[in-house]
Design a protein around this ligand. Structure first.
Ligand code: SAM
Length: 242
């Protein structure tokens, strides 16, 4: 028992040491450190949004499908994926837009929980080439859900969103986490909503200072964002305009 515990203790110490030394040199490692510090209660930016429980947003017995349960540091956490999937089931969107595809784990899950004839648009930066650390969209490419997914490339700060404006029912914002990017992505997101109605979800609220500051500025200054809420137990914030 003690030997087993000692093995786990050393294993954790070794991984932690590696993350805090070599890990800080990579973006994924820095992301993981931020998520871990959030998980143990260290928050540089405690949010001011009104907090609601998941059960206040969707029924507790809602059935969802889930794929690719194992996550990478840049993916949403498993419980956040479940909440996102439940939100999709609840809203039943015909068209969805994701800012920040990464490996496509969330994209795949959005697609499988959306109605049969729904389309999921997802955007990420154009890959740097064979040296890229990951393949954008690799988790949905070649799957049965790929027919529902439209993969877009571009920088969301300069991308021409006009073909998608006023056509989306569900938007997920999880691209660059800097303040200016989140402000810009959020303003684009609200213009994407069909007749101004639908759901916007942000990832990493309270976990990233830039995300928290941008959302709270919008809530303070733009009445269209006034009803934005934080889902307790997650880093997801959402705005449901009906
Ligand atoms: C945290 S990851 C997204 C994770 C994904 N949404 C998920 O749930 O698994 C952020 C992604 O945004 C992309 N990204 C960063 N800045 C961007 C920008 N300005 N425009 C488009 N994509 C961007 C990165 O390349 C990265 O793949």
């Amino acid at each position: 028992m003690i030997r087993e515990f000692a093995g786990e203790w050393w294993g954790l110490l070794w991984r932690f040491g590696r993350l805090m030394s070599v890990g800080v040199m990579g973006r994924a490692g820095r992301h993981q450190i931020r998520r871990m510090s959030y998980d143990i209660g260290f928050r540089r930016s405690r949010g001011r949004l009104f907090r609601v429980s998941p059960q206040e947003v969707f029924p507790a017995d809602l059935e969802v499908s889930i794929r690719e349960t194992a996550g990478e540091p840049w993916n949403v956490k498993l419980e956040e994926l479940l909440v996102l999937n439940a939100l999709v089931r609840q809203v039943r969107p015909s068209a969805l837009f994701e800012f920040g595809t990464f490996d496509g784990r969330t994209t795949l899950n959005l697609a499988i929980n959306a109605p049969e004839d729904a389309k999921v648009y997802t955007i990420d930066l154009k890959p740097a080439g064979p040296t890229s650390a990951f393949v954008v969209g690799s988790r949905f490419q070649g799957t049965e859900q790929a027919r529902k997914i439209v993969q877009l490339y571009g920088n969301t700060l300069s991308f021409d969103f006009s073909p998608y404006v006023n056509g989306m029912d569900f938007v997920f914002i999880d691209a660059a986490h800097e303040y200016a990017n989140v402000l810009s992505d959020s303003r684009n997101a609200i213009n994407l909503l069909r007749d101004g109605k639908g759901l916007i979800v942000w990832h990493d609220y309270e976990a990233w200072p830039g995300v928290t500051a941008a959302i709270e500025q919008l809530v303070r200054e733009d009445p269209r964002f006034a009803e934005t809420r934080h889902i307790a137990g997650t880093t997801l914030a959402f705005l449901w305009r009906r």
